[in-house]
Design a protein around this ligand. Structure first.
Ligand SMILES: [Fe+2]
Length: 332
């Protein structure tokens, strides 16, 4: 087990770098603009930032409801980049309509930023075509790889966290950002196994990646909790350690997970198939206290319920964002 359980308190917030696409963090002592109920600049156009408010993942099941009766608690939408790689057709028209109504984030799963053989130029070209076509407010991917050259295993595979892998990921992120002509956010994955070869703590790896490449981070709080339980590290310490290094966090993910009993050991599975668990809401509150009000996505990808359930989860996130925003205004 190579993750550190840093219990240290986070360093005071100082001026942080912020990408032009990431929600900007404000140094302590300066009142934050309570923009968490506002719409992002440009409404889906490529510049600006997502609103510091809740959004939801785009699901075909909600296609009509989202456009005809958009819930008040849903302020932006995130779509999976790979779902829109066809050259046109109804899915493109649907995303056009969504983008006209909501600020749009595009979230990829197959760029394989951790691949030692580099990012597949054909896939990167397809991603670029989707990004150019829909010009989202934000683009994000995962700290993961998806298989050896020419093979796509349809999973987000973990990588050992070393100086060598950091150099590989930094090269890949720089290539992606250079090709897209914009910075991206990189998400911490859920983990089930630790590598003997890992020598860098995940928060240190992510913060250094952001420093080297100018990328922002997508902080998946559910993934931190799932990984912490599975690998036996302290989730609060993980967040504190990340915050102490001041990387730009442009978005937070929240999702449900499942419990599985395997040979007497409980394993958490990041299945995005249920409501956010209380422990993850608590961790989210801690993340907000460290990073300030941040655009927050409710992810739900299996056993997708009616839109009203996602709207209810988004409303809960919105209440916590508002509470933190008001607290910060009072403290300032
Ligand atoms: Fe996520």
């Amino acid at each position: 087990m190579t993750h550190h359980s840093a219990k240290s308190k986070a360093a005071p917030r100082t001026t942080r770098q912020a990408t032009d696409h990431a929600a900007r963090s404000v140094p302590r002592g300066i009142p934050r603009v309570p923009s968490f109920f506002g719409k992002g600049k440009g409404k889906g156009k490529g510049k600006g930032a997502l609103p510091r408010a809740p959004g939801i993942g785009l699901k075909a099941l909600h296609q009509a409801d989202l456009l005809e009766a958009p819930p008040a608690s849903v302020h932006w939408v995130e779509a999976h980049t790979e779902n829109f790689m066809a050259r046109g057709g109804p899915t493109h028209r649907w995303l056009d309509a969504i983008r006209d109504r909501f600020p749009l984030s595009l979230h990829g799963v197959a760029l394989s930023l951790g691949a030692a053989h580099g990012v597949d130029p054909d896939h990167l070209a397809r991603v670029k075509a989707v990004v150019d076509r829909f010009d989202p407010v934000q683009v994000s991917e995962h700290l993961a790889w998806v298989g050896p050259p020419g093979i796509y295993l349809n999973d987000l595979l973990p990588l050992p966290l070393t100086e060598d892998s950091l150099a590989v990921v930094a090269d890949n992120v720089s290539r992606v950002q250079g090709t897209l002509g914009r910075s991206i956010l990189v998400e911490n994955p859920s983990q089930y196994l630790a590598f003997h070869d890992t020598v860098l703590a995940e928060p240190d790896f992510l913060a250094e990646l952001a420093r080297r490449t100018g990328c922002g981070l997508l902080l998946d709080v559910n993934n931190v909790h799932v990984s912490a339980v599975n690998l036996g590290f302290d989730a609060i310490g993980w967040l504190d350690r990340l915050a102490a290094q001041g990387p730009p966090v442009g978005e937070i993910h929240l999702a449900g997970h499942a419990d599985r009993e395997v040979e007497g050991v409980t394993i958490l599975i990041d299945d995005h198939g249920s409501r956010v668990r209380p422990a993850v809401w608590d961790l989210y509150d801690h993340a907000l206290s460290l990073f300030g009000p941040t655009p927050t996505l409710i992810e739900w990808d299996s056993d997708v319920p009616p839109l009203s359930v996602l709207a209810d989860e988004a409303a809960q996130a919105g209440a916590r964002l508002a509470a933190h925003g008001e607290r910060e205004m009072a403290d300032a």
